[in-house]
Design a protein around this ligand. Sequence first.
Ligand code: THU
Length: 130
Amino acid sequence: MTEHELLQAAENAARNAYAPYSGFAVGAALLSSDGVVYTGCNIENRSFGATCCAERTAFFKAVSEGVYDFDAIAIVGGKDGDFTKLCPPCGICRQVMAEFCSGDFKILLRDGEKVQTHTLSGLFPLPFSL
Ligand code: THU
């Protein structure tokens, strides 16, 4: 699975976004350590706080199937079918990533024609812990 293939899987997932309130579609493709891809999209709700982000959808799908080890996630987002602009994960999703992933977990983002490769520790250096 190349970076571009993982980003393409995220874009495909974004096309399933349920985002009638923001009009902002997000897709994520989460690569498990055994090479399986779990995709997710954002799922909004008329009670806005009940919305689930694309990244958490992907994580919760995987974890609910007993998968806990992950190597990377690709994230894309945008309006009107344009998924080329930078779409970094929100703080809540970073905290969820920190629950399951170590600091070297890779986060792939589109930036126009380029790909940005981040680590979880770079984007979220001091996660909450009990
Ligand atoms: N959203 C995500 O899916 N992931 C993020 O990391 C940030 C925001 C969604 C939530 C909402 O449906 C829309 O983007 C606009 O905030």
